[in-house]
Design a protein around this ligand. Structure first.
Ligand code: BGC
Length: 748
C-alpha cells in the first residue's frame, strides 16, 4: 500500500514533468547535452517503472499490411495500451505512426514513447542500388549520401530506426543475403559500413531527419554453412576476428546506436544466447552502449536450435547473454517477470536492458516530443525529390561494372540506326528495386527500355521479351530472334528475379536460369553484336556469356533510376568505373572463393599434380575481386616507397603514377594490397588496405600516394594478440586484386 502511494506520487510528478518537457520542447528542444545528463534522465524514468513496464520496453512487435493498408493486430494494440510493448516495426506514415504513438502516450501510465523501426536498407521511397551493387561503386561519399536520403525520407514518414546497415562479410554467393551487404572484403565492407551509419544517423541523431542505425546481423551470419540461409557457423577465432568482425566493429565505432543479433549459431552456441558475443565482445571489449535487438523470432528459435527446453529457458538465456530487445517472439513478455520472481534473472539485468533502450529513445528526442517525426508537412515535401533521384542515378551508374568489352563495342553510337532491346529485364520495372525495397514503389522505377528510349529518341528501338525470368516456356524466343535480326546491335537484359536473392533465397547453382541461357544462345546465333546487361543480386557463373558475348555490364538491381543509369553508361555519357566487391566464381565447386586466401604449402603448379588445385576446374575465378573495366585504359607505373624500412610507430608512403592511355576521360579505382610473406601465422596472399578514385583525362597522369603504418600492417598474431611483426612487407597497387605493381620494405 505504502509503496503504491509512493508510486502514485512519483507518477504524478513524472507526468507533470513530461508535460513540462513536452511544452518546453515545442519552443526549445530538451536535447540531452552530456552523458551524465542523459544517464540521469534515463534513470529518472527507470526509477518510476514497475517490473512489468520494464519488460514492456524490451518487447518489439510488428505492424501489418493488407489490401486496406496498415493495421495493428488487436492483441498488439492491447499490448501498446497496457505498456507491454516498447517498439513497433513495419509501421510508417506520419498519420499511422502518430496514431500508434498516441495509443501509447494516451493510455499508458508513464507515457513512454514507442520507437518505430523498419528495414530501410537501400532507400525508403527513392530506391538506390541494392547494397552489394552500391558497394561496387567504392564511392563512400555517394554511399553515405544514399543512406542520408533514405533517412530523410523514412524519418519524414515517422520512422526512427532502420535495421541497417547489414555488415555481414560473405564469401559464399550461394547465400542469397550476399545482396544485402558489401561483399567479401573486411576492409571495403568496414569503410562502407561507416559511410552507411554516418548517412543514416547524420551529424546529430537528435535531428528529426535521421534514423538510428542497426548493425546487423551480429555475428558471422555471412558464413552460414554451405550458403544455406540460417545455417550453422563454425569458425576459428582468428577467422572471426580477422574477416567477419571488422565491419560490425567499424559501424559501432562510428556510433551506430543499435545492433541486431543473427539467426545462426557460432560454434554451437546460438548467437542470440551468446554471452561471449553480446556481452564480452560487444560491451566489454568494444564498449557498445546502445541496445541489442534480436533478429526476428530468434529467442523462440533457441528451442529449435536445441539449447532451451521452454519459453522460460530461452528468454533466460537471451537476457542473461545481453540481448535487450525481443523482436516478435514475445518470449520476454511471457517469461521475464516469472524469471525475476524465480531469481533466474536478476532485476539489475532487466534494468540495464531497459536503460539501453530508453537511452536511445532520449537520444532521438522522443521524450521531448514523441510525435516529432510524424509530420505530414515533411512527409509531403521530403519524398522522391528531384535531387534525391539525381543522387540515386549518380550512385546507380557508379555501381555498374563493365565486366567485358571486346573490340570496344561499348559505348554504343547514339546514331546507331536500329537497336533491339531484348530479354525478360528489358521492359521490367518490378525487379529493379531488388529485395528489401522498403516503401519503394516499383511502378515508379525506370525500365531499361524507357531509359534507352529517353536517351536516344531518334534511334529505332525494337523490343522483344524473349522469355520469362524462370520457367520453361520457349515460345517467345523465336520472336526475339526475329527482332534481333532486324537490329544493328542487341542489348540483352538477363539475370535473376529480385526474389532469387535476399533472405531465404539460397541457390546451389549460380547459372542464369536455363530458359534465359537458351535465349542468350539463340540471340547469339544471329551473329549480331550483343551487349549483355546483367541484373542480379549475387555473382553468377556466366562462363558461357563471358566466352561468347563481346560486352557484359553487371548492373545488379539499381533501383528507381535503373534505366537512366544504364543508358548513361551504354551510350557513353558516363564512363563505367565500378569494381567488383566480390569474386565471381567459375563454378559452385570453387566456393568459398575469395581473393585473400592463403598460399597453402603446395601452391598451384600446373606441372605438378600434388599441388593445390582441382581436376576439373581452374583455381582462378571468372572475375577477380576489384575487377571492372572502363571505356578508356589506364597504365600503372612502378610503386615507389618513401622509405625502405620503418618501425611500428612510423608510416611510409607508397606512390604510383597512373596514366589514362585511352581515348575517354575516365575514373579509375586504384587499389592498395599488402602481404606479409613470413610471419608467425600464414598470411593471406593479399589484403586490401586502401583505395583511391582517380579521375583522368586522356593522356593525363596523376601520382597517388597511400600511407602505410600500424593500421595497415597489424594482424592477429600466433597468440591472438593484435600487432605487427618485423620482416619484409610487400606492397601491391593496381587496377584489381590480380593485376598489380609491387615493391617491398622492411618493418623493423
Ligand atoms: C531479417 C532481418 C530484418 C528483420 C526485420 C529478419 O527476417 O533477417 O534482416 O531486419 O527480419 O524485418
Amino acid at each position: 500500500m505504502q509503496s503504491d502511494k509512493i508510486n502514485a506520487m512519483k507518477n504524478k510528478l513524472f507526468l507533470s514533468l513530461i508535460g513540462a518537457s513536452l511544452l518546453l520542447s515545442a519552443c526549445q528542444p530538451n536535447k540531452p547535452q552530456q552523458k551524465n545528463d542523459l544517464e540521469a534522465r534515463v534513470d529518472s524514468v527507470l526509477n518510476l517503472m514497475t517490473l512489468e513496464e520494464k519488460v514492456g520496453q524490451l518487447t518489439l512487435f510488428t505492424s501489418d499490411m493488407d489490401q486496406t493498408g496498415a493495421f495493428i493486430r488487436k492483441e498488439y494494440e492491447n499490448d501498446i495500451k497496457q505498456a507491454k510493448v516498447g517498439a513497433i516495426f513495419n509501421a510508417y506514415g506520419a498519420d499511422y505512426t502518430r496514431y500508434l504513438q498516441e495509443m501509447a502516450i494516451k493510455n499508458t501510465r508513464l507515457r513512454i514513447p514507442l520507437i518505430f523501426g523498419y528495414d530501410v536498407v537501400h532507400g525508403h521511397r527513392t530506391i538506390f542500388p541494392v547494397p552489394l551493387g552500391e558497394a561496387a561503386s567504392w564511392d563512400l561519399e555517394a554511399i553515405e549520401k544514399s543512406a542520408r536520403i533514405a533517412a530523410i525520407e523514412a524519418s519524414a514518414e515517422g520512422l526512427h530506426w532502420t535495421f541497417a546497415p547489414m555488415c555481414d562479410v560473405t564469401r559464399d554467393p550461394r547465400w542469397g543475403r550476399i545482396v544485402e551487404g558489401a561483399g567479401e572484403d573486411p576492409f571495403l565492407a568496414s569503410k562502407i559500413a561507416v559511410a552507411r551509419v554516418n548517412g543514416f544517423q547524420g551529424d546529430d541523431v537528435y535531428q528529426t531527419n535521421t534514423l538510428a542505425a542497426c548493425v546487423k546481423h551480429f555475428a558471422a551470419y555471412g558464413a552460414s554453412q554451405a550458403g544455406r540461409d540460417y545455417h550453422a557457423v563454425d569458425m576459428s577465432e582468428r577467422m572471426l576476428r580477422e574477416t567477419y568482425m571488422p565491419p560490425y566493429k567499424a559501424a559501432i565505432d562510428a556510433g551506430a546506436l543499435t545492433v541486431m543479433t543473427s539467426f545462426n549459431d557460432l560454434n554451437g552456441i546460438p548467437v542470440t544466447a551468446s554471452r561471449y558475443l553480446m556481452t564480452e565482445i560487444l560491451r566489454d571489449e568494444w564498449g557498445f552502449s546502445g541496445f541489442v535487438v534480436t533478429d526476428y523470432t530468434s529467442i523462440m528459435e533457441l528451442l529449435y536450435h536445441g539449447v532451451a527446453g521452454d519459453t522460460l529457458e530461452a528468454a533466460e538465456k537471451s537476457i542473461n547473454a545481453g540481448v535487450d530487445m525481443d523482436m516478435q517472439s514475445g518470449f520476454y513478455q511471457t517469461a521475464l517477470v516469472s524469471l525475476v520472481e524465480q531469481k533466474r534473472v536478476d532485476v539489475a539485468v532487466i534494468d540495464q536492458a531497459v536503460r539501453n533502450i530508453l537511452k536511445v529513445k532520449f537520444q532521438l528526442g522522443l521524450f521531448d516530443d514523441p510525435f516529432r517525426y510524424s509530420s505530414n508537412e515533411r512527409e509531403k515535401q521530403e519524398i522522391m525529390k528531384p535531387e534525391f533521384l539525381d543522387a540515386a542515378r549518380d550512385v546507380a551508374r557508379k555501381s555498374i561494372v563493365l565486366l567485358k568489352n571486346e573490340n570496344q563495342l561499348l559505348p554504343l553510337d547514339k546514331n546507331t540506326k536500329t537497336i533491339a532491346v531484348i530479354g525478360p529485364f528489358a521492359d521490367n520495372q518490378r525487379e529493379l528495386i531488388g529485395s528489401w525495397s522498403a516503401a519503394g514503389d516499383w511502378s515508379k522505377s525506370v525500365s531499361l527500355l524507357e531509359g534507352i528510349r529517353t536517351k536516344v529518341p531518334n534511334v529505332n528501338i525494337l523490343h522483344a521479351m524473349g522469355s520469362e525470368i524462370t520457367g520453361d516456356e520457349t515460345s517467345m524466343i523465336k520472336e526475339a530472334v526475329a527482332t534481333a535480326r532486324k537490329a544493328d546491335v542487341v542489348i540483352l537484359a538477363v539475370g535473376e528475379a529480385a526474389w532469387m536473392s535476399g533472405e531465404a533465397a539460397s541457390r546451389t547453382k549460380l547459372d542464369l536460369p536455363e530458359i534465359q541461357q537458351q535465349l542468350v544462345e539463340a540471340i547469339h546465333e544471329t551473329g549480331k553484336p550483343i551487349v549483355v546487361v546483367l541484373m542480379n543480386g549475387r555473382p553468377l557463373t556466366i562462363n558461357w556469356i563471358d566466352e561468347n558475348i563481346p560486352s557484359v555490364l553487371e548492373t545488379w538491381f539499381l533501383g528507381t533510376t535503373t534505366g537512366h543509369a544504364i543508358a548513361d553508361v551504354i551510350f557513353g555519357d558516363y564512363n563505367p568505373s565500378g569494381k567488383l566487391p566480390v569474386t565471381f566464381p567459375r563454378s559452385v565447386g570453387q566456393i568459398p572463393i575469395h581473393y585473400d586466401m592463403r598460399n597453402t604449402g603446395r601452391p598451384f603448379n600446373p606441372d605438378s599434380k600434388f599441388t593445390s588445385k582441382y581436376l576439373d576446374e581452374s583455381n582462378d575465378p571468372l572475375y577477380v575481386f576489384g575487377h571492372g573495366l572502363s571505356y578508356t585504359t589506364f597504365s600503372y607505373g612502378p610503386v615507389t616507397l618513401s622509405n625502405q624500412s620503418i618501425n611500428e610507430n612510423e608510416t611510409l608512403e607508397a606512390s604510383v603514377t597512373i596514366t589514362n592511355t585511352g581515348n575517354y576521360a575516365g575514373t579509375e579505382i586504384a587499389q592498395l594490397y599488402i602481404h606479409d610473406p613470413v610471419a608467425s601465422v600464414a598470411r593471406p596472399v593479399k589484403e586490401l588496405k586502401g583505395f583511391k578514385k582517380v579521375e583522368l583525362m586522356p593522356n593525363e597522369s596523376k601520382t597517388i600516394a597511400f600511407t602505410i603504418g600500424f593500421d595497415e600492417l597489424a594482424f592477429y598474431r600466433e597468440n591472438m594478440s593484435f600487432g605487427v611483426e618485423a620482416g619484409q612487407i610487400n606492397v601491391m597497387i593496381g587496377t584489381n586484386s590480380r593485376d598489380t605493381q609491387s615493391a617491398s620494405f622492411m618493418l623493423e
